[in-house]
Design a binder for this molecule. Structure first.
Ligand SMILES: *Cc1c(COP(=O)(O)O)cnc(C)c1O
Length: 339
């Protein structure tokens, strides 16, 4: 099963008016560093604080009337749950969100405020997924998965259309990679419009399930570990139907970042670009700062979300070494302090 440029264009029409077309801005500091023009696609400013609203809105818009009466359910590390809660509430649909105890409390509170029913179970994304499947089977709720569904992938892909529209000369797109809905959708869109583009996926070194799966040439499970990029945690599903094969076919490279590097991305976005980003959101910028990606032409780096605990954000931008950075084997020293 795959998602085509045609599906993504249809999704863009369907969700117009339900999402914002986010800004794309030049980054003089990153352009100087890379020696080539770098633009940032600011999806951290999307309604609900991440791009996940695109996929959730596209999926909700295609539910049939009988399903809308019963409601929807999802397992989510936070941003998908938040997006689905928002999209479902707009349509007056019941929504139940299942999540693990690892999800930060700020994300839990925000989803509750959006009017969703919450189920907090287990210590991993997989436990939350099992609970969501139980509710789907026993209460007849429709599962809306966070990444492995063609409607979700097509919705995330609408970002790719906006990138090419604004920067037709882009040569390399840097995109976050977890379950692969975002990367698969964006890659299908940008390569559909411009086949020569390179798409690079970025994950954290601590628990990169898609990278391990691509290396193994089949979906594999990895241990889920605490990371600053908590929105990139979790597996890709051993019975993955859509995103594994699309990422296998469409991604040119996958780059892994340490906790120290991810923190530098968050800090740079705040200090230089005046943007709030969560760890996952900052990982493409982190890859540029770390000198881990190269390109022959203009780069677009996606900033995918901003839903970070603000106390953690304060500690990072003040240069405190967080518990996440301490877990890195090779420490790079204290980057500075707030005055
Ligand atoms: C979900 C998410 C990702 C990863 O998306 P996938 O489709 O699971 O690969 C990246 N960044 C943020 C902020 C997210 O919420």
């Amino acid at each position: 099963m795959t998602v085509t440029l045609h599906d993504i264009r249809a999704a863009a029409t369907r969700i117009a008016g339900r999402i914002d077309q986010t800004a794309m801005v030049r980054s003089p500091s990153l352009s100087a560093l890379a020696g080539i023009p770098v633009q940032l696609k600011l999806e951290n400013r999307q309604v609900t604080g991440s791009f996940k609203l695109r996929g959730a809105s596209n999926a909700i818009a295609q539910l049939d009337a009988a399903v809308k009466l019963k409601g929807v359910v999802a397992a989510s590390t936070g941003n998908h749950g938040r997006a689905l809660a928002h999209a479902a509430r707009l349509e007056g649909i019941r929504v139940v969100i299942c999540m693990s105890r690892l999800v930060p409390s700020n994300k839990v509170d925000e989803i509750r405020l959006l009017g969703a029913e919450l189920r907090i179970v287990g210590d991993s994304q997989d436990d939350a997924q099992i609970e969501a499947e139980r509710l789907a089977a026993e209460e007849g709720l429709q599962m809306v998965p966070p990444f492995d569904h063609p409607h979700v992938v097509a919705g995330q892909g609408t970002l790719g259309l906006e990138i090419i529209e604004t920067a037709p000369d882009v040569e390399t797109v840097l995109v976050q990679l977890s379950g692969g809905g975002l990367a698969a959708g964006v890659a299908a869109a940008v390569k559909g419009l411009k086949p020569t583009i390179r798409v690079v996926g970025l994950s954290m070194a601590r628990g990169a399930a898609m990278k391990a799966s691509l290396d193994a040439k089949r979906p594999v499970a990895v241990e889920e570990l605490p990371t600053l990029a908590d929105s990139l945690g979790g597996g890709i599903g051993l019975d993955n139907r859509v995103t594994f094969s699309m990422c296998h076919d469409l991604l040119d490279e996958v780059v892994l970042l340490s906790e120290v590097e991810i923190a530098q991305g968050v800090r740079h976005l705040y200090a230089q670009e005046r943007e709030i980003a969560e760890g996952a959101g900052a990982i493409a910028v982190a890859a540029l700062l770390a000198g881990k990606v190269s390109s022959n032409g203009p780069i677009v780096a996606l900033v995918s979300g901003r839903n970070i605990d603000m106390e953690l954000h304060r500690r990072i931008v003040c240069g405190e070494l967080t518990e996440f950075e301490r877990m890195d084997v090779a420490k790079k020293g204290n980057p500075g302090r707030c005055h």
